[in-house]
Design a protein around this ligand. Structure first.
Ligand SMILES: [Zn+2]
Length: 289
């Protein structure tokens, strides 16, 4: 929301802490007493979990600027420096080589790597399965509690609350998509593999896992065959990228288009649960159920 306010606030907090210590009025709590945890994350879904779990006890810094793309992220020298100063980093190893390199050169106190939650080959988009997000929530709470034991109770309570919300979201998905079991989900950005796996859909990607890769003519022919062979009614595309390929394909085949959001970048009025529910509504309306 106010990306420039955070460092200044922290600097102010540090100054207060130092002067309190010099005056001999500092508590016995030691250096971690009043100092906020510095948490750095490498994409929006990780930011959402970190902010919900730490809720005011930490500064959460997303390496991806608002509206930017988390694929192919480049880091400035300043960002590499900030990453090196973080207490806790939450990332998905393998998604952003620049982040992996910086973390290897200068490891933070604690690292939560969500890659084990992203166990489909080459596909980082685990957050589109709410049950995997719930698992991340617990891991972030554990790491934050280790670093800031005074906040452990709060982190655990926040994680439990978020975990319950994510479980409820998962149940909504399961109930709404049960009649669609086995349906084919054709999507421009192949980001919905975990969602498809969880709710028994068959994902067919047009452009692949990285949205910047143009589909080959052979791939497009396969998609056309799938659409006609499986009674697909809708091609889903991502609002933020050019829908030209999907629109042209859809027109050629006489099917409709709809938007599925990969929840990788958000505007100020969007958040994870809101976008996930918009996606669910688009799926139940667009799939052949
Ligand atoms: Zn993506």
């Amino acid at each position: 929301m106010k990306p420039h306010a955070a460092p200044r606030l922290l600097a102010a907090a540090t100054v207060v802490l130092v002067s309190a210590a010099c005056a001999g009025t500092g508590s016995a709590g030691g250096e971690t007493g009043d100092e906020q945890l510095q948490v750095t994350v490498s994409s929006y879904p990780l930011q959402y979990v970190a902010e919900r779990v730490t809720a005011g006890r930490a500064e959460v810094d997303n390496l991806v600027p608002p509206g930017a793309d988390s694929h192919n992220l480049d880091l400035s020298a300043q960002q590499v420096g900030r990453l090196g100063e973080a207490d806790l980093v939450v990332h998905v190893s393998g998604l952003q080589p620049a982040v992996d390199d910086a973390l290897e050169a200068q490891p933070p106190d604690r690292l939560v790597d969500a890659a084990p939650l992203a166990d489909l080959d080459g596909d980082p988009h685990f957050w589109l399965d709410p049950s995997r997000m719930a698992e991340l929530t617990r891991q972030v709470a554990d790491a934050a509690s280790d670093l800031d034991p005074d906040g452990a109770q709060q982190y655990t309570a926040n994680a439990e609350e978020l975990g319950q919300e994510l479980t409820a979201l998962d149940q909504e998905y399961a109930a709404a998509l049960a009649p669609c079991a086995g349906a084919t989900l054709v999507t421009a950005h192949e980001a919905f593999g975990y969602l498809a796996q969880r709710y028994d859909l068959q994902q067919v990607g047009i452009s692949g896992i990285d949205p910047h890769v143009e589909p080959s003519p052979a791939r497009l022919r396969e998609v056309v065959d799938t659409v006609s062979g499986r009674g697909v009614r809708t091609l889903f595309f991502e609002a933020a990228t050019s829908p030209a390929v999907a629109e042209t394909l859809a027109q050629d085949m006489g099917v409709q288009t709809s938007v599925l959001h990969p929840v990788e970048r958000v505007t100020e009025d969007q958040d994870y649960p809101g976008l996930m529910r918009e996606n669910l509504s688009a799926l139940t309306q667009g799939l052949a159920c």
